[in-house]
Design a protein around this ligand. Sequence first.
Ligand code: F6P
Ligand code: MN
Length: 437
Amino acid sequence: ECTENIPIMDIITPRNASLSGFYKRSFAYFTIKERLPRILTQSIDILVRNKDDIGEEYGEKAKQELKTVIGELSKLKYEIQTNKPMLNITSNASDVKLYNDFLTQQPNKTYFTAVWLHAECYMYRRIREIFELTESLRSYDPFSIQKRSAYETNSAAVLQLSKYLVSNLTDPIDTKSEFIKLLKLNLWGNQCDLSFSSGIVEDCSDWFQILDSMQANIVSDHSEDVWSAVSDANATSRIIDIVLDNSGYELFTDLCLADFLISHKFADSIRIYVKTIPWFVSDVMTSDFNWTLQQLLNSKEKDMKYLGQRWTKYVNDQIWTIVEHDFFTLPHDYSLMASTAPALYKQMQEAKVVIFKGDLNYRKLLGEKNWEPSTPCKVALQGFGPSKIVTLRTVKCQLICGLEPGVAEALSAKDPEWETTGKYGVIQYCDDIRKLE
Ligand SMILES: O=P(O)(O)OC[C@H]1O[C@](O)(CO)[C@@H](O)[C@@H]1O
Ligand SMILES: [Mn+2]
């Protein structure tokens, strides 16, 4: 039991405190104690199982370097389990200065005593550093195999949704109700995330049938506000930003939403924000985006092929643009964006609406704080507000805002694990704070 000498408290997370492994009766503690080491073990197993293929593709030297990489991943796992301090990143990548400056400023620098967000982001940044410091595996994505198989596992759901979307594009529809239906399908797509389900991907194909019955699990539903914001014909901006989360089926639901926004003329351009390094196992990088379009283009299913062609044209015509920015893989929460990445904040201010996907983005929007669940979203955002904000998030950890009084208490009474199963979700909207001044 190597956590016995860790100075942590055997309590739940206090109200308004930062989530941290320091509170033993928390999901943060469980994640750092159990889940992060398991993710590293999974990565090591996958590298060992695929070392011949990787040697084929990256050369003999890569096969040798894999031994070092596996050793380094094991060392990282041991560091976490024994609560070592998070040391500076030593590679010379573009984010390293910002990263180390941030690390230096943190009062608690060990995995179990740091803010959970910082410790978890740091682990993924260290995984990246291990590959950055090799010669032949600098561009290798250790999560690519898992991201690809997650897509394959859900190909039935992708096919079903592609048929639905294509029929929507041709038949006359009730735009508002179809938009809100697509929004909810998009929300539930967030359940498919490998850092959470540790590789077991839900079968998402029966969601059409049960969408209505899942309505009860949307514990905060601002769909009407989201509809008003995206369909606002008086808005000056014709840009909608989508900050992506997971690859696979979830990415497909994001592209369906992005297509709907263009084809129904709610925007002239969609900016799609991806990660610049392998992140939280499932998160989308440009390579995953391109791979997904390629799968659609190569598909034998006519609707999938058609969408692949349609969406490739959106990219070529710059109706959809991929935005890469280091900020999204820093440990900084979004209240620090304006000061840390002013150009990015300014760019987001150009958008009509900014849609954030998933649990990690939600944690960064709320500054990783254990707010009173009925705290208004505007308060929890702590000043972050480049535009109108929409979040589509399945609830995977113990932080939330914007709930009606009593809702959280009722959920805890009915289902004590409600915050950490991904079974519940929120569709939340926060108006542009510039308007509220
Ligand atoms: O892919 P998503 O929705 O951001 O979920 C990943 C998040 O869920 C968790 O697994 C639990 O909160 C975190 O480790 C991580 O922030
Ligand atoms: Mn994710």
